[in-house]
Design a binder for this molecule. Sequence first.
Ligand code: ATP
Ligand code: MG
Length: 759
Amino acid sequence: VDDELNLESSSVKSAGASRVESKWSDTKSYSAKKKLQSWFQLPDGNWELGTILSASGAEVVISTSEGKILKVNSDDLLPANPDILDGVDDLMQLSYLSEPSVLYNLQYRYNRDMIYTKAGPVLVAVNPFKKVPLYGNGFIEGYRGKKIDSPHVYAIADTAMREMIRDEVNQSIIISGESGAGKTETAKIAMQYLAALGGGSGIEYEILKTNPILEAFGNAKTLRNDNSSRFGKLIEIHFSETGKISGANIQTFLLEKSRVVQCTEGERSYHIFYQLCRGAPKSLREKLHLRSWDEYKYLSQSSCYAISGVDDAEQFRVVLEALDVVHVSKTDQESVFAMLSAVLWMGNISFTVVDNENHVEPVEDEGLVNVAMLIGCGIMELKLALSTRKMKVRNDIIVQNLTLSQAIDTRDALAKSIYSCLFDWLVEQINKCLAVGKRRTGRSISILDIYGFESFERNSFEQFCINYANERLQQHFNRHLFKLEQEEYIQDGIDWAKVEFEDNQDCLNLFEKKPLGLLSLLDEESTFPNGTDLTFANKLKQHLKSNSCFRGERDNAFSVCHYAGEVIYDTTGFLEKNRDLLHLDSIQLLSSCTCHLPQTFASVMLAQSEKPVGPLHKSGGVDSQKLSVATKFKGQLFQLMHRLENTTPHFIRCIKPNNVQSPGVYDQKLVLQQLRCCGVLEVVRISRSGFPTRMSHQKFARRYGFLLLDHVASQDPLSVSVAILHQFNILPEMYQVGYTKLFFRTGQIGVLEDTRNRT
Ligand code: ATP
Ligand code: MG
């Protein structure tokens, strides 16, 4: 038995290793004697459970659950946990914290619809891809009254709520995971709980109704997820002193606008387009000249229309109702749909060559006519804006005719701009409706649902931005869970073996350093008139080759060593996407429109054009110049991090158990890769070996002092605290007394809190 105990402590001691595996070479012969179970790795990388029959040297004979006898190398073995630990609800309770044990534990629970598991302070949520009986009022009441204590999003939301009130500190719930892992569903479940607890004023209903609107306009079917969010979202819910919801505010990040004009085979554009085509009543269809989806080039190009199990027409009614709830007037709703119809018709505008220099002009067909009608401009003005560009040469304005590809780019840029402005405008309307009253209390819970780390076959500008954001979030996570933890122990004189963790500061420096970082170099190249994706790639290779997180690849490509793995980026399209130009001609067209939305969009775009980053044409083109996309995103990200840093964070890591969006399929390798990416194993190891609960002597004495049965001679907080610890028989190994605080192992405060609440 000693062997086993040694094992456990050695796994704690060897905590510096990046992968957490217990060494157990000495115990193999012991295991053989006792016929202990063990994990062994199959050639395909999966782990299977077997019983050790004998061991000599490096060779171990094992029998599998199917009765096969195998000889395996002892290096491929890891100890399995005893059966009584099957399916524990906190990974911290596992005696052996190896990758296969964690995988097995999550799978064990997943098979029984227990999709939530704690990993120390982090909640792990495995996507069930089916309805699981874990939600609704019964469960909400259960968690609220602490009658249920199994891990749950409700429990996280409940803790956030309590800590917000108890500590008077703003809280955040940070949800991460791959596409399709369940972030958005999890965010909604958290909102549901907060709405139930903080409801009453009616505003909670409005808050919940923002979900169908934002999903309709910002989500789309992709190959990975039928309802994939193509934007990041932070919703900040404000509470009054009495814990009632007083308002909310939504911030969105980096909507993928290229999807409006272009999408991959098998994927769809934004849901709202299909909902409108399917669900609009006859009068609206006629007014907006709506057709069936397959008559629109933007929608038909990816040959994907329906989503199984989703009724777009029905969803359209849900969206209409939600728009009513958040006070978007019927007139405004109609304007919104007119913009959508205009975007769709824009995709149908085609061009013909008008001279032998390949200059083109839009064909005056129903596409062009409908667009002009829907945005409220003249047909001539629209034709000019799509086929010419005004250039400033010295003091003269000359008009340049566009080639076919320039004209198509101009048309698509206009469609994308209209859509993204529309999205932002909607968010603004929602925020007006949810606005926190004058009496701000400074109490809020923010929920962050943001795209997780992405690594595809081909990675472009979008993945570049998304992965950069994830580096920042990972640092926040690291800082919070590891660095701050250690620093606090050291500062308070607590004896605690230092634990190393992967710091990603080097990678962040690679992105952010000025002037020689990825973002600076990208912006610099974007301002050069002759800059191309290739010159950009070459510049990176020239300046960053000595950086340990960077590697030059062939041609247009480069790779970055992210915390979650290496990603190769293809710079094709980087400069254009970063500049995201809309020519002044297009903006002027919008501002001349008789409809109010295009006018509003034009003034927003003009306001954004103050800081130049676009290419400065030698001829002095009258391009709209504005912040580059990457710089704007970085600014948003810094602001986000700043906001999050002033909150107590609660982390939820969503895991996608398979790539086929099916219930009951658990792909070990896929899960393991995600667990490694998000540092779940590290967290457990660190939390288990540390003292995660802490309280100042003063606070502890104040909070529990009244429970003391005997009089304490000295009234100083430390003496009172120690007396409480003695009275409640808290074992010495379960706490440490620091200079300013008491530190407890997980779960120790529970008894005191229960007694306090009962008194
Ligand atoms: P993306 O990054 O692409 O936006 P995501 O992480 O937000 O992905 P979701 O859209 O939340 O993923 O989840 C994908 C799908 O998984 C949902 O549409 C739903 O079918 C299923 N799902 C996720 N969580 C749950 C849950 N708790 N219960 C039932 N089904 C779920
Ligand atoms: Mg989502």
